[in-house]
Design a protein around this ligand. Structure first.
Ligand code: ADP
Ligand code: MG
Length: 385
């Protein structure tokens, strides 16, 4: 079935109200589309800017009826939307990405099996559903390893470092004995990610690959272009396309990769949505990942995604709002705004908390080295007093 082309004036439904939904809403409204956001939190980043914010749980039947009556297509910014909800909506209108695709990214066990089925390499892992799985899961793994809950982890949450097989049982207990994967901790050369758009005709179009620097399991900076060999870039883009093809994906998909010290490329995880490591596209590409999402779900042609300048994106966590004696105040914005090649993006979150993504800034430069030096200098002068 061919998707109808939805032109400006159509109404796009967004499941989830976070920052990814907000930047999607900005891109869509810029192009003349209407956006309706379904999100239980009042005052959410996307809800604030949408034409309409339905404040209800994702599985609220009245809310889903309202969405399907008023929207022309549904998309998502959040991988934990229940698959049932996506399937229910799909009975009456197009939903991109599909429940089947989103489901593969909701559970690390399912995701890794899927990666293997595509002929790609995940991080070496074992599965732990009950205590009796521990012996098998640890048999072929070297330590240190990382125990990750199979579901609902993000920004390093739900992860514990394990130094020896003896520690697994206690750590598994700590999770409440929910299904987990135990992953080899990889000696990383670097981390990279591929964000791509894929259309209804099975064509994919990748954004330039970024190199991602994490601190404490949370993305700190994305650097583009990535400082890695061209053959790694090509392999990562081909792998991401293969995953998207096998999912018969429509929309924007992100794939995170590890590059090992030995130069091997491993698939870390996928996100069936736009991605933090693709925020640089707003300021350095002709088409942002959010506009590409609009284009893909509306059946429009791809926008050009060429990189126009070296760029570094730096995340701003709530930690920057925490001053001396734990007193909350604003970061020193002047130290950022005085830099003429830096763009500020704030997500409109009322309350800053440690580890919470409050915004990001993008710094352009003649080279990534220069941009990164400037970005780090800004970051170091930003924290509240
Ligand atoms: P999340 O869903 O929280 O993003 P990830 O599995 O991507 O979960 O982990 C977050 C970060 O923690 C990764 O980007 C990486 O920096 C680090 N990390 C996670 N797993 C491993 C691993 N097996 N080896 C080395 N580093 C890891
Ligand atoms: Mg990740």
């Amino acid at each position: 079935m061919s998707l109808p082309t939805l032109l400006p004036g159509a109404t796009l439904g967004m499941l989830g109200g976070g920052q990814l939904g907000r930047m999607f809403t900005i891109a869509a409204r810029n192009m003349g589309y209407k956006v309706i956001v379904l999100e239980p939190d009042t005052g959410s980043p996307a809800g604030q800017l949408a034409d309409k914010h339905i404040v209800a749980a994702y599985d609220d039947e009245n809310a889903l009826r309202e969405l399907s009556e008023q929207c022309d297509v549904i998309t998502t910014e959040f991988e934990n939307i229940p698959a049932d909800v996506l399937n229910k909506l799909a009975e009456t209108l197009p939903v991109h990405p599909s429940a089947a695709a989103v489901e593969k990214a909701q559970d690390r066990i399912v995701e890794k099996e899927f990666i293997l089925s595509c002929g790609l390499l995940p991080v070496p892992y074992g599965v732990i559903n009950t205590n009796s799985d521990i012996a098998t899961a640890t048999k072929d793994l070297n330590f240190p390893a990382i125990l990750k809950t199979a579901r609902f982890g993000y920004d390093g949450k739900g992860q514990q470092t394990i130094n020896s097989a003896d520690e697994v049982e206690a750590a598994f207990k700590e999770t409440g004995q929910v299904s987990c994967v135990l992953e080899q901790r990889i000696d990383l050369d670097c981390e990279i990610s591929v964000v791509l758009g894929r259309n209804q005709h099975g064509k994919s179009h990748c954004f330039p690959v970024s190199e991602n620097v994490h601190k404490d399991g949370i993305l700190y900076q994305s650097i583009c272009p990535a400082k890695v060999d061209e053959n790694i870039i090509t392999a990562a883009q081909a792998a991401a396309k293969r995953l998207a093809d096998k999912l018969d994906y429509i929309g924007v998909l992100a794939v995170e990769f590890f590059v090992t010290q030995q130069g091997e490329l491993l698939v870390n995880e996928m996100a069936p949505r736009t991605h933090n490591s693709g925020h640089f596209t707003i300021d350095a590409c002709l088409t942002s990942q959010f506009e590409q999402q609009v284009r893909m779900i509306c059946g429009l042609p791809f926008g050009d995604s060429k990189l126009l300048s070296p760029i570094v994106m730096t995340n701003m966590l709530g930690d920057l709002w925490i001053g001396k004696n734990e007193k909350m105040s604003e970061p020193k914005w002047n130290n950022l705004l005085e830099n003429t090649k830096t763009k500020l993006h704030l997500y409109g979150k009322a309350e800053a908390r440690k580890g919470r993504k409050m915004g990001h800034f993008c710094t352009l430069g003649e080279s990534v080295e220069e941009a990164q030096e400037q970005a780090n200098a800004i970051f170091n002068k930003l924290a509240a007093d």
